[in-house]
Design a protein around this ligand. Sequence first.
Ligand SMILES: NC(=O)C1=CN([C@@H]2O[C@H](COP(=O)(O)OP(=O)(O)OC[C@H]3O[C@@H](n4cnc5c(N)ncnc54)[C@H](O)[C@@H]3O)[C@@H](O)[C@H]2O)C=CC1
Ligand SMILES: O=C(CO)COP(=O)(O)O
Length: 328
Amino acid sequence: SVLAANDLDVTIWTRNAGQAEEINTLHTNSRYLQDIALSPRIRATTSIREAVENKDAVVFVVPSAGMREVASQVREFLSPDTLVIHATKGFESLTLKRMTTVLAEELPQCDPGRIVVLSGPSHAEEVIRECPTTVVVASPTIEAAEAAQDLFINSYFRVYTNPDVTGVEVGGALKNIIALGAGLSDGLRFGDNAKAALLTRGLAEIARLGAEMGANPMTFAGLAGIGDLVVTCTSTHSRNWKAGYLLGQGEPLDQVLDKMGMVVEGVKTTKSAYALAQEYGVTMPITSELHHVLFEGKTPRAAVEDLMGRGRTHEIEEVANQTDKWIL
Ligand SMILES: NC(=O)C1=CN([C@@H]2O[C@H](COP(=O)(O)OP(=O)(O)OC[C@H]3O[C@@H](n4cnc5c(N)ncnc54)[C@H](O)[C@@H]3O)[C@@H](O)[C@H]2O)C=CC1
Ligand SMILES: O=C(CO)COP(=O)(O)O
């Protein structure tokens, strides 16, 4: 819709013929966006070839679990000049790879310097209503980042650029874990102090893992870090927050995911981040406790008790270890 508002013709690929028909004839997508009129510039098709062939840019927004499969299906239809953009927030479960890596592997004819990630605090339900929204695009080359910025930027959708692809992807993926935790905390009626603690200490562990993976820690102070963390942990639009809330109210994970009916990326990402933390030797207490709750049967209350009862520690390890910062 943002692209259509910018006078661009957009073709959406869907696997659902009824949904394509509805978008093309009624200009609505009632399953996802009730009472919203879509631009007639948006056409839908069930042919992946029609969706991507001879297009200036292709935007991937499938859940992370489907990224490699979908990228492999479009491979033969993309040219080396296509600008490839994705807005998916997660890692590939099996390999722990980031989405731009998966895209580069599956689209070998495309210049990896022209693969872009778009991320930041941007609930679809608000973007479609043209609520003021800010996002960030990251790519190895400034040309590609600025090309994506040019496509999307308008009066209600402000796009910043950042060269830190790793940081933007890691921030966008890991905030969903903390949002699950914030929802859990709200489901347990733990209040605002607990949620602020989760956001702040959550950001600390996101930045710790991100830095080890090669990100610029400053990226986590930006839209793909604190920005998306705030929106996902505090908005009732968030599927991750909502799933956490239901878990906090005592519903089992399977039942919660059935009820959601939409992707809850944070569940798979908790598993991936737990493995990445071990691979990089990084301490991630909130992620670890969520892993115990989601996959090992620990109760949310026991997880919170263990988080609060951890050994004493410093707020900022790097600063605390500089002895000249203390009066000894
Ligand atoms: N909804 C939002 O506000 C935002 C979502 N995102 C990210 O976008 C990605 C997609 O999220 P949503 O669209 O919200 O999820 P959704 O669950 O609402 O929709 C996902 C769509 O992808 C389709 N799909 C799933 N697996 C597929 C596969 N293997 N091949 C083809 N199609 C497949 C589903 O049928 C469904 O139509 C996620 O990574 C999410 O984190 C990012 C920013 C905002
Ligand atoms: O990433 C999002 C907003 O920026 C969407 O979050 P949820 O997947 O939790 O709805």
